[in-house]
Design a protein around this ligand. Structure first.
Ligand code: PLP
Length: 381
């Protein structure tokens, strides 16, 4: 019989919250129409969408009219880059999510200036302090909490840089929501990206926060979302995202116990597996507390991930979207101070991410299985 599943990939997708399931089931039963229709079924759907907008706005410190629903954070990032700063010179960092790295590459290929901020030894992007010879840029795009390491960015420094340059600041806050207090206004963000799947909502739904007064050129033209994102609304996705946001505070309240479990996982692995190194985000650095990125000497990370999967332990190598590729993580490669060791560390890394639902028994089982599988792989050479 297959052992019970140990799910340690909450940074890719958190399990659907029971409250979200209930909200979805209620919405399914309500017979919602198209929110653009003027009849009762349409207006019911409109009301559900607007309630969800309020719930998302409340969770991030925004006004409802500042929320544009999207298909996820990938689209929200793309909408911000296109909609606020098409063709502008950009400063971003070397530790962004692949969705932003791809936007930066595309922009460079189209002949625009793209400047890169490096990371500190924990993996946090460092805002360059001085206006160097290349001069300021009009658009800054930075990650708030790293998806591979959990390390938090010093957003005040990025805000100050944007203010000094008169630039607009876009924040990819996908991994911050439900892990730390999110306040887009205090962050000084012109735009910020979010994803429902990271907070127990349905995958394939997200939002872009757009500060009042910031003009936004749509990627998809249509009257929906105030003309900022065309196409009939994903009503169920929005309802689910709203319900998940209404419970973001519960997730925050559980953060300390998730951190304890994560620390227990690291302590257990260190004791049980010789030759393991923790990558980035080590204490006392500020981080979300739910991520552990570890390299095992002489073990290939993607092979380890597949072997753990067979044993019922779900983990990731690097970002979820990069899983399945054998390229070592660009985030780990950007870490300074690991020296010549960096490529080896990046190739042998796995990411373990915990959440609200993780139990002590899961952590114990994960340590046991990882120790066993690593030993077996090393013996096989
Ligand atoms: C930091 C970050 N940005 C963007 C994304 C993309 O989100 P989505 O899957 O909703 O497109 C992710 C997903 O893992 C992420 O972690």
């Amino acid at each position: 019989m297959r052992a019970p599943l140990v799910y340690l990939d909450h940074n890719a997708a958190a399990p659907l919250l029971p409250a979200v399931r209930a909200a979805l089931s209620e919405a399914l039963d309500a017979g919602l129409g198209n929110p653009s229709s003027v009849h009762w079924a349409g207006q019911r759907a409109r009301a559900a969408v607007e309630r969800a907008r309020e719930q998302v706005a409340a969770a991030i410190g925004a006004r409802p009219e500042e929320i544009v629903f999207t298909s996820g954070a990938t689209e929200a990032n793309a909408l911000a880059w296109h909609g606020v700063a098409a063709d502008a010179a950009v400063l971003t960092s070397r530790v962004e999510h692949p969705s932003v790295m791809a936007l930066a590459r595309r922009r460079r290929e189209s002949g625009c200036v793209v400047r890169w901020a490096g990371a500190d030894t924990h993996g946090a992007p460092v805002a360059p302090q001085s206006l160097d010879a290349q001069g300021p840029v009009a658009f800054l795009s930075v990650i708030a909490a790293n998806n591979e390491l959990g390390v938090l960015t010093d957003l005040a420094a990025w805000r100050a840089l944007a203010a000094a340059w008169g630039a607009r600041l876009h924040i990819d806050a996908t991994q911050a929501l439900g892990r730390v207090q999110v306040d887009v206004r205090a962050w000084g963000a012109a735009t910020a990206a979010f994803s429902a799947a990271k907070v127990g909502g349905p995958a394939g739904t997200g939002a872009l926060y757009v500060r009042t007064g910031v003009p936004l050129e749509p990627l998809i033209i249509g009257h929906q979302e105030g003309g900022r994102r065309g196409g009939s609304e994903n009503v169920l996705g929005m309802v689910g995202f709203g319900a998940a946001c209404a419970h973001a505070a519960d997730r925050l309240a559980a953060a300390a116990s998730v951190r304890q479990l994560r620390d227990r996982l690291w302590a257990g692995l260190r004791a049980a597996v010789p030759g393991c190194d923790r990558n980035g985000a080590a204490p006392p650095v500020v981080e979300t507390g739910q991520t552990l990125n570890v390299s095992f000497a002489d073990v290939d990370g993607s092979r380890l991930q597949r072997a753990l999967d067979v044993e019922g332990v779900c983990v990731a190598t690097g970002a979820a979207c990069a899983s399945g590729t054998v390229e070592p993580s660009h985030v780990l490669l950007a870490l300074p101070g690991v020296g010549a060791d960096v490529a080896r560390r990046a190739r042998s890394a796995i990411r373990l991410s915990l959440g609200l639902e993780t139990t002590p028994a899961e952590v114990e089982r994960a340590v046991e299985v990882i120790a066993l599988v690593v030993k077996r792989m090393r013996a096989q050479g």
